[in-house]
Design a protein around this ligand. Structure first.
Ligand SMILES: NC(=O)c1ccc[n+]([C@@H]2O[C@H](COP(=O)([O-])OP(=O)(O)OC[C@H]3O[C@@H](n4cnc5c(N)ncnc54)[C@H](O)[C@@H]3O)[C@@H](O)[C@H]2O)c1
Length: 371
């Protein structure tokens, strides 16, 4: 199969859909990989490395879209990329279609077959192509929070790990899923005093078994959250109710319980945020202050560490890319129900119930369109 990897064109997107290692896996199996020149340059993946792995370097995205049978990307296709898609061409990338009627219409109109990373599932009911980005965001949340606690950033001047004779900072993690466990791990590693709250008792038991007494766990109730706030230097918002907007666990009056210069990192901002006072920010201007409390609410945290994120993402996508290339999309989708869960658009039809419902399209099941 001919696989195309264009350079990402969304504003400040430096990740790329395939690393040289991925190219090598594909070319070793007899596939042909077209990579756009300087596609990975911004994160230190040189054209020479791609060429060494067997890629053909191509000057323009237009040529890649014209020649490739499968396009592998990171971000949703921008309108000018959608215009280049051809009927029957396979697109494998993040799509997030439900809130995006323009992109959905362009994909439906293109006649292409679009599989979205974010709806591919796994045996345990997880989302294996979203999890790596949650791992990145969880770990980064502590790094961002620690930086924001410095005086020069407006913080209360507390060092996360303390020093001998001085108590460490108190970190509170709301939600013990993929983001929460990674945040807790990072904060514990830096020597902070960490308390994690979740609504799921099985999850709290699991985390207790994993971390032992180093991690304090609490059942997530309003009373427990308020008690934690009075002590906290850094609070990480990491809750998720699948398919729903994030629950508001902190109201504006609750900020009054916290010491001035304390920091909130709302990782759940991409689902609307779990603090009432959160609004999305960018890497260029990541924080703002409400009632003396610093808010860090970057909606696209993994983009800040695009090199690590590229490797993390492509480790997870590569097995699916190989299956699609080796078997062709019809066979690969028929054989793997988890990959099939990722099918969003098939030759003019919307094959995701949630997307069809949100945007008023007729829904066709993946099974029915694959025959
Ligand atoms: N900002 C970013 O760049 C970025 C990057 C990755 C993920 N995220 C977001 O981070 C959030 C968390 O993602 P995840 O992968 O960890 O999800 P997850 O499903 O693995 O974990 C969510 C956890 O929240 C818990 N929870 C639900 N309601 C709760 C409540 N009221 N109190 C305490 N805990 C509660 C659940 O029991 C679960 O353990 C999501 O909104 C995700 O979209 C943001």
């Amino acid at each position: 199969m001919i696989i195309g990897v264009p350079k990402e064109i969304k504003n400040h997107e430096y990740r790329i859909g395939m690393t040289p290692a991925g190219v090598q896996e594909l070319t070793a199996r007899g596939h042909q990989v077209l990579v756009q020149r300087q596609g990975g340059e911004a994160i230190g993946l040189s054209d020479a490395e791609y060429q060494g792995a067997g890629a053909e370097l191509v000057a323009s995205a237009a040529e890649i879209f014209a020649r490739a049978e499968m396009i592998v990307k990171v971000k949703e296709p921008q309108p000018e990329e959608c215009e280049l898609l051809r009927p029957d061409q396979l697109l494998f990338t993040y799509l997030h279609l439900a809130p995006d009627p323009v992109q959905t219409q362009l994909l439906v109109h293109s006649g292409a077959v679009a599989i979205a990373y974010e709806t591919v599932t796994d045996e345990r009911g997880g989302l294996p192509l979203l999890a790596p980005m949650s791992e990145v965001a969880g770990r980064m949340a502590i790094q961002a929070g620690a930086h924001s606690l410095e005086k020069a950033q407006g913080g209360n001047g507390t060092l996360l790990g303390g020093v001998p004779g001085v108590a460490p900072a108190r970190v509170v993690v709301l939600g013990g899923g993929v983001v929460g466990i990674n945040a807790a791990r990072m904060a514990l590693g830096l020597g902070a005093d960490v308390t994690l709250l979740d609504k799921s008792l099985p999850r709290l038991r699991e985390l207790d078994g994993l971390f032992g007494p180093a991690l304090k766990t609490l059942y997530s109730t309003q009373v427990n959250i308020e008690a934690c706030l009075a002590q906290a230097d850094l609070v990480i918002g990491a809750v998720l109710i699948p398919g729903a907007a994030a629950p508001k666990l902190l109201t504006r009056p609750m900020l009054g319980l916290m010491r001035k210069g304390s920091v909130l990192v709302d990782v759940a901002i991409d689902q609307g945020g779990c603090f009432e006072t959160s609004h999305p920010t960018t890497h260029e201007d990541p924080t703002y202050v409400v009632d003396g409390i610093i808010h860090y609410c970057v909606a696209n945290m993994p983009g800040g560490v695009a090199r690590t994120s590229t490797f993390a993402l492509t480790n997870a996508t590569l097995p699916f890319v190989l299956a699609l290339a080796d078997k062709g999309y019809v066979q690969a989708l028929k054989e793997d129900k988890h990959l099939r869960a990722g099918l969003n658009v098939f030759k003019g039809k919307v094959t995701q119930g949630a997307v069809a419902q949100a945007l008023g399209y007729e829904y066709a099941s993946a099974e029915s369109v694959l025959g």
